[in-house]
Design a binder for this molecule. Structure first.
Ligand SMILES: Cc1cc2nc3c(=O)[nH]c(=O)nc-3n(C[C@H](O)[C@H](O)[C@H](O)COP(=O)(O)OP(=O)(O)OC[C@H]3O[C@@H](n4cnc5c(N)ncnc54)[C@H](O)[C@@H]3O)c2cc1C
Length: 235
C-alpha cells in the first residue's frame, strides 16, 4: 500500500467513525476479528473495520461514503452462510457492514398475515413473534438462532420446509434496500396486484449483497397449525 492510499484509508476510517459513532464503527481487533471467518471456518479475511449502522439513513450515508472513497462493502447478517459470501477477502481493503443492530420487527399484522422486519431480525425471533399471535413464518432451518432476515433473503434460503412453502422468494412480499449509489429503494408495500414494471425485490433476493443492501422486508405469515401428527410411511 502506498503512503497516499494509507492516508486515504485513514481519512475514510475517520469519516466512517464520525458518521456512525463508537457503537457503529470499530477497528478494535477484539470486536472485528470474530466476524472475519466464515461459519465453516474455511475462509478468513481482513477488513478496514466493522460498521454496524442502526438505521437505513446511516446505511445509505455509509454506502455513499464507501462509493466516494472506493471502499468495497461486505454485508453481513448472522455470518452463518455456507458459501463464504459474508467474509471479506485477504486484501484488508473492504469494510464489513453488519446489519445486526437493525433488528426491529417494525410491524406485525395478524389480520393481513404480514410482518415488516428489519434485516438484522434473527429468524428465531420472528418465529417467536409470529407464534405469540397464533401465526408462523413458514421457513425454518438449523441455523435459525443466528441467521437474519437480510441473510436469508440475500441467499434465497430454502430450509427444511422448502418443498411445501418455497424458498425466501415465496415469503417476501416487499423489500427496502440501499442501492450501490446510496439511493433508498422503498418497496415494502405488500400490494398483491402490483403490475408495475420490473419486480426489483425478486432481483435482490438471492443476489448475496452484490446489487444492494437489504435493510428491511415485508414477509408473509401463515396460521399456526392447530395440531401435529407424525407418520412413518414405508414406501
Ligand atoms: C446449522 C445450519 C443449517 C442451515 N440450513 C440451511 C438450509 O436448510 N437451507 C439454506 O438455504 N441454508 C441453510 N443454512 C445456511 C444459512 O443459514 C443461510 O445461508 C442464511 O440465509 C444465512 O443468513 P445469515 O444472516 O447468517 O447471512 P450471512 O452468512 O451473514 O450472509 C450470507 C450472504 O448474504 C449477504 N448478506 C447478508 N445480509 C445482507 C443484507 N442485509 N443485504 C445484502 N446482503 C446481505 C452476505 O454478504 C453473504 O453473501 C444453514 C446454516 C447453518 C449454520
Amino acid at each position: 500500500m502506498t503512503t497516499a492510499s494509507i492516508s486515504e484509508t485513514t481519512t475514510f476510517q475517520k469519516a466512517a467513525h464520525n458518521l456512525l459513532g463508537d457503537k457503529g464503527f470499530t477497528r478494535e481487533p477484539d470486536r472485528v476479528e470474530p466476524w472475519l471467518t466464515d461459519w465453516r471456518g474455511r475462509y478468513t479475511g481482513r477488513a478496514l473495520g466493522l460498521a454496524s449502522p442502526a438505521s437505513i439513513k446511516e446505511v445509505a450515508a455509509l454506502v455513499r461514503l464507501c462509493a466516494e472513497h472506493g471502499v468495497p462493502l461486505v454485508p453481513q447478517g448472522g455470518n452463518s452462510g455456507m458459501a463464504g459470501g459474508a467474509t471479506p477477502d485477504a486484501s484488508g481493503d473492504s469494510l464489513v457492514l453488519s446489519l445486526r443492530r437493525m433488528n426491529a420487527i417494525r410491524a406485525l399484522d395478524p389480520n393481513a398475515g404480514q410482518a415488516v422486519c428489519e434485516a438484522g431480525v434473527i429468524l428465531q425471533s420472528l418465529h417467536e413473534a409470529a407464534q405469540d399471535q397464533g401465526l408462523r413464518f413458514p421457513l425454518t432451518l438449523g441455523g435459525k438462532g443466528s441467521a437474519t432476515l437480510g441473510g436469508l433473503i440475500s441467499t434465497n434460503a430454502g430450509g427444511t420446509q422448502v418443498l411445501r412453502y418455497g424458498t425466501m422468494r415465496a415469503q417476501v412480499l416487499g423489500i427496502e434496500a440501499v442501492m450501490a449509489d446510496g439511493q433508498i429503494l422503498d418497496q415494502l408495500t405488500a400490494l398483491k396486484k402490483d403490475n408495475r414494471g420490473f419486480d426489483l425485490k425478486q432481483l435482490l433476493i438471492g443476489s448475496e449483497g452484490t446489487l444492494g443492501i437489504v435493510t428491511a422486508a415485508t414477509v408473509r405469515l401463515l396460521p399456526a397449525p392447530r395440531s401435529r401428527v407424525t407418520a412413518w410411511i414405508g414406501l
